[in-house]
Design a protein around this ligand. Structure first.
Ligand SMILES: NC(=O)C1=CN([C@@H]2O[C@H](COP(=O)(O)OP(=O)(O)OC[C@H]3O[C@@H](n4cnc5c(N)ncnc54)[C@H](OP(=O)(O)O)[C@@H]3O)[C@@H](O)[C@H]2O)C=CC1
Ligand SMILES: CC(C)(CO)C(=O)C(=O)O
Length: 333
């Protein structure tokens, strides 16, 4: 099995290292000092489950790799629309694309069935720009229940979780899913093939849609958001509205708001990835989380006033600097 990890950062390099350990033919696409370090020393994984080093082929030029069986997409979702030239050399007829993103994926309604079958979610696939480079037919869905960070160039810190649930958009248990799942298991990761992967998407999203934008707006850690009474109420309301949208789309995420918040509270004084991106001046991955669900609420007719409010504020935060400084206020004279 030949795999390319496109965007071998915190999560991509972790998956690539595990698959390489499993004996797969793995190629990592990265750049800058991180690529230089991986080329020289391999990927160093530091984990409570045991540290290890893997030495897969690393490059910044996908043409060096050529067509593969699976592309594991470890880029941020904000880069998907622009990844055409990077992904093209990796594709052959049967190549699958497995994206690590949180939130609503660009393929969400592909083979969904029902009245929304084939619908394009503008917030995550603006003008079809993502589908044009990542054809929905190639997509195998993935929900990442693992947390990793790049501690330095070439060094991945694995914090917790090893589950990467995958599933076909049409709910079948396909040969390509089973092949990828088996390699992940051999590499020490959990990779169940879930027919109803969309339920998992919503379970993960309940946390990301609420904690991530609120952490960026308030700069608070997970624990601080949970302990602040009225902020906790806002988070609960965002989760209830999100569940209502999921239900209208036929999903039944098997988790209560209370249980989801209790799980988040246990994460402790963690700064969400969105807060970390904000602090590093990187683009915020909020369209796939919040804008997408507000859009879906619009097409399903579900009222989501709290999601809309937090979306407005976090959108201003995310795009505010690119709009330039606010105009001077006029005096009331
Ligand atoms: N980390 C985690 O624990 C989890 C992450 N996810 C999701 O996984 C995705 C990836 O996240 P994460 O791994 O944390 O992010 P990272 O920023 O660590 O990884 C992305 C990598 O892609 C590289 N990259 C970007 N553009 C190019 C390019 N043109 N050529 C080569 N390399 C490129 C980046 O390099 P550079 O830094 O130079 O831009 C970076 O190393 C996100 O969608 C995230 O939400 C989901 C669950 C958990
Ligand atoms: C911390 C957590 C679980 C928040 O929902 C997360 O997924 C993130 O940081 O993006």
């Amino acid at each position: 099995m030949k795999v390319a990890v496109l965007g071998a950062g915190a999560i991509g390099a972790y998956v690539g290292a595990a698959l390489h350990r499993a004996g797969a033919d793995v190629h990592l696409v990265a750049r800058g000092p991180h690529l230089a370090a991986m080329r020289q020393h391999g990927v160093r994984v530091l984990s409570p489950r045991g540290d290890f080093t893997a030495r897969p082929h690393c490059t910044d030029d996908p043409a060096e790799i050529g067509p593969v069986d699976h592309v594991f997409l470890g880029l941020k979702a904000t880069s998907y629309a622009a990844c055409g030239p990077l992904v093209a050399p990796l594709l052959q007829e049967h190549t699958s694309v497995i994206a690590a993103q949180n939130g609503i994926p660009w393929w969400y309604f592909h083979r969904h069935g029902g009245p929304h079958d084939g619908h394009r979610v503008e917030s995550v696939d603006p003008g079809g720009s993502v589908s044009a480079v990542l054809a929905p037919e190639r997509a195998i869905g993935c929900v990442v229940y693992a947390a990793t960070e790049l501690e330095g160039p070439g060094v991945v810190r694995h914090l917790e979780g090893t589950r990467f649930s995958i599933g076909e958009p049409d709910r079948s248990v396909s040969k390509r899913c089973l092949e990828f799942s088996e390699a992940m298991h051999t590499g020490g990761l959990k990779c169940p093939v879930e027919p109803e992967l969309r339920d998992d998407i919503w379970i993960k999203l309940l946390g990301n849609i609420s904690f991530n934008p609120i952490s960026a707006l308030t700069r608070a850690t997970m624990r601080q958001m949970c302990l602040h009474g009225t902020t906790r109420e806002v988070i609960e309301q965002m989760m209830r509205e999100t569940l209502a949208v999921a239900h209208t789309l036929g999903c039944r995420p098997a988790i209560s708001v209370e249980k989801r918040i209790a799980g988040a509270e246990r994460v402790g004084d963690h700064r969400t990835s969105t807060l970390q991106d904000l602090e590093k001046g990187k683009p915020l991955e909020l369209d796939v989380l919040l804008a997408a669900v507000v859009e879906l609420a619009g097409i399903t007719g579900v009222p989501v006033p709290t999601l809309r409010t937090v979306h407005a504020l976090s959108d201003l935060l995310a795009t505010g600097t690119s709009r330039g400084p606010a105009p001077p206020t006029r005096s009331a004279a």
